[in-house]
Design a binder for this molecule. Structure first.
Ligand code: CDV
Length: 316
């Protein structure tokens, strides 16, 4: 039986601050219909795909902050996306900002869900590597305040068996950390999905601005190859409320090669035929974890968070 999925990366251009959830969802539905017409079985949307990326702004008012979050999923505003997916028979991965009250305490997360071809939520992931700061930096042209607005995700990096393969998710900054990929890899992931809002300018390190597109692809291509998995990385790109964000959304094969890439900074769909069986050549040979990994020598990965003293001893 073929395990080929046609996967769509649904890059979005900016979402203006004034754009309603209903308008954003209408854009997502438009792309879903187009992707299905292109044969897609699964469509991957960016991080925080329902609103402007508000962590770029300092917000003090609690009610104003809460207004950027979803209290339920699906909601009245997002139900049409689920209905369209079920009608067309297409799965989707959606990033959004979640306000959770299930523990009796208000918790805010940067979240992604995976929805199958019947419109059922089959997986949820909450962002673990939150970039930026929780402190106000008014001297910067924009900020990243995810450490202020979100809690660290509490769901780990699960992999789900759905839609004929093993699927995992991460969100934006997670892609830069090999640990995220390896935890998915250790569950045999075959398709890793992620969305990103990555500014062109780094206020703290402007000397790396030129490298942002390179570092995006470097991270995703390395993560895919080293874990023998397909990867789909999808931007919210372009000039959003004064912040320029990179595009170059891509679909990467288990070989690490980019097989499809967006070429604009707006709403754009690219698709690729992803034969999940192509993962096996990497998983069974060069990255046969069971034969080649040496976790007895990786202890520092769990013992240390930050770098510490070198362990080298002069022999003799
Ligand atoms: N949304 C993000 O996680 N953005 C970060 C930026 C702030 C460095 C990223 O890793 O792309």
């Amino acid at each position: 039986m073929s395990r080929t999925l046609i996967v769509a990366a649904a890059q979005m251009g900016p979402i203006p601050r004034s754009q309603s959830r209903q308008e954003a969802v209408a854009r997502l539905i438009g792309m879903m219909v187009e992707a299905r017409r292109m044969g897609a079985d699964l469509i991957v949307y960016p991080e925080a795909a329902l609103t402007a990326f508000f962590p770029h702004w300092w917000i003090e008012d609690e009610a104003e902050l809460d207004a950027w979050f979803e209290r339920e999923m699906p909601s009245a505003a997002t139900q049409p996306l689920f209905d369209t997916a079920a009608r067309l028979g297409i799965g989707f991965k959606l990033g959004y900002c979640e306000l959770d009250m299930t523990t009796g305490r208000k918790r805010r997360f940067n979240t992604a869900i995976l929805v199958d071809r019947l419109g059922r939520i089959v997986g949820k992931y909450r962002k673990i590597h939150l970039p930026g700061t929780d402190r106000h930096r008014p001297e910067h042209p924009f900020q990243n305040l995810e450490k202020r607005y979100f809690e660290i995700g509490d769901l780990g990096f699960p992999v789900w068996e759905t839609m004929g393969g093993r699927m995992g998710m991460m969100i934006c900054n997670d892609r830069r950390w090999p640990e995220s990929w390896r935890v998915l890899g250790l569950q045999g992931v075959e398709l890793a999905m992620l969305g990103y809002n990555t500014p062109v300018h780094n206020p703290n390190t402007p000397e790396t601005d030129d490298l942002n597109n390179f570092h995006n692809h470097l991270s995703v291509q390395a993560g895919a190859y080293q874990n023998g998995t397909w990867a789909v990385a999808v931007a919210k790109a372009g000039l959003e409320e004064g912040v320029d964000q990179i595009g170059q959304s891509c679909i990467v094969a288990p070989s690490g090669e980019i097989v499809a890439q967006a070429s604009t900074l707006g709403d754009e769909i690219v698709v690729a035929r992803c034969d999940l069986d192509r993962c096996a050549v990497y998983k069974k040979h060069i990255f046969d974890f069971a034969r080649h990994r040496r976790p007895e020598h990786y202890g520092l990965i769990l013992e240390r968070t930050g770098a510490g003293e070198p362990l080298g001893k002069t022999p003799g």
